[in-house]
Design a protein around this ligand. Structure first.
Ligand code: NCD
Ligand code: ZN
Length: 424
């Protein structure tokens, strides 16, 4: 007996057209895709004309375990992921202790088996304790199953440390995933440096704090042959560097967040730390550069940088509150509404940035719907319109500047490895 999804539509990958298809799942695989499939002997779910897409993949998620379980746990973070239509997340190592050893990776993977609600992969740290000094045992981390290396949350300050990390990563065939931030330029900034920060009298983080590291690491990737992946790109010059690197055949990929595609520093009044994130919301010029780069393929994928913090932490003054937004539970409808419904990008293109592209870049399961592939599936109701209401979140974090926004195109069913993980 299989699980049969009847009466739904798939997106034709070539034409972007919606085509009527039944989809049969057996165990953890897609068994069959056809115009009609005989329901006899199967458990049926009537999809009622909704859209069937591959389960979403988010390569930048802070699950906060171990050490910060008061912000998020693997149980709550992966439940939030399933509600947002995600089948797979890759979690960040800036936990306490840092995920910088085989044992810590194993701990996260064991916990995910026990309490997870989607597939969980982890990055291992580049340096021990994310202190930027001593390289981790990257070989051991690979054996433990990491999908890449990052010191996310902080930049690796020493170019020579990054060079050695890239040499190792190139040998191991895994990506170096960068949080691009030069601390000597970022200083104690709390928002983008520019007209708005000056008007508000708040210390700024210049775009160069990001672009200088992106440029440096592209050159090191060229030198070492490592695959460089740029996290949460937000600065127009950094985007231009990635475009140039790709044109030169340097192995670089990049992700952008929903907030850097939709928001700018002009919307910040300095009173609400739910608008504080790193990298900071930048200018309209930067935002447009990110959007154009997403459209022309310079930016490969969308990642939420889901970074939960407590209400108390985010109630602090703008200068002292922690950086970060949650994002898993509404990323798709948010972008569907603002990018697809407004005609800026096609539905097929948006889905690709949530699925096929991250799967391909990181070699993750899922990402495409085909017979024999993993049964990782999301069903979207493109006409359903809801308000983003933090009180309904499964995440412990409520910190989002998108609160109260009405958006369309919500996930109504998520299936991971053939198991229903969310049903509206
Ligand atoms: N993005 C953020 O503003 N914060 C992240 C760290 C990070 O992704 O850099 C966090 O861990 O809270
Ligand atoms: Zn980061």
């Amino acid at each position: 007996m299989g699980l049969l999804l009847t009466g739904g539509y798939l997106l034709d990958q070539r034409t972007g057209e919606k085509v009527r298809r039944d989809v049969l799942l057996e165990d953890d695989r897609i068994q069959r895709i056809a115009e009609t499939i005989d329901p006899v002997g199967h458990e049926c779910i009537a999809v009622n004309g909704h859209l069937i897409v591959p389960g979403f993949i988010d390569v930048h998620v802070h699950l906060r375990t171990p050490g910060f379980e008061y912000k998020e746990t693997i149980a709550t973070g992966t439940k939030a992921a399933a509600r947002g239509g995600y089948s797979t997340v890759v979690c960040m190592p800036n936990t306490r202790p840092v995920l910088d050893s085989k044992e810590m990776i194993q701990f996260v993977y064991d916990s995910a088996v026990k309490e997870g609600n989607c597939r969980v992969f982890a990055y291992g740290a580049i340096t021990k304790g994310e202190l930027g000094e001593e390289l981790t045992d990257m070989h051991a981390l690979k054996e433990a199953g990491v999908v890449g290396f990052t010191d996310d949350g902080v930049g690796v300050q020493e170019a020579a440390v990054m060079r050695r990390a890239m040499e190792q990563a190139a040998e191991l065939g895994l990506p170096i995933v960068i949080h691009a931030e030069d601390e000597s330029l970022a200083g104690n900034g709390c928002m983008n440096e520019g007209e708005v920060s000056r008007r508000l009298g708040l210390p700024g983080i210049p775009g160069t704090a990001e672009s200088v590291h992106v440029a440096r690491d592209i050159l090191l990737a060229k030198q070492t042959g490592a695959h460089l992946h740029v996290c949460h790109i937000s600065d127009a010059d950094a985007v231009e560097m990635v475009r140039f690197a790709k044109s030169q055949g340097i192995r670089v990929t990049a992700e952008v967040t929903p907030h850097h595609l939709l928001l700018t520093d002009e919307q910040i009044d300095g009173t609400d730390a739910n608008w504080k994130v790193n990298p900071p919301l930048r200018t309209e010029r930067d935002r447009i550069a990110c959007l154009e780069a997403l459209l022309d393929g310079t930016i490969d994928m969308i990642a939420t940088d889901h970074a939960p913090h407590t209400k108390e932490e985010k109630a602090k003054p703008f200068q002292t509150a922690p950086f970060g937004f949650v994002g898993l539970e509404f990323a798709f409808p948010l972008l569907y509404t603002h990018l697809v419904e407004t005609g800026k990008m096609s539905l097929a293109q948006l889905v690709e940035k949530f699925t096929t592209s991250p799967a391909k870049v990181f070699g993750l399961p899922g990402g495409t719907l085909a017979e024999g592939n993993p049964a990782d599936i999301t069903i979207l109701d493109l006409s359903q319109e809801n308000v983003i209401d933090p009180n309904t979140f499964a995440s412990k974090g409520r910190n989002t500047p998108f609160k109260g926004m009405k958006v369309k195109g919500w996930p109504i069913l998520t299936i991971t490895a053939g198991t229903i993980t969310y049903r509206a």
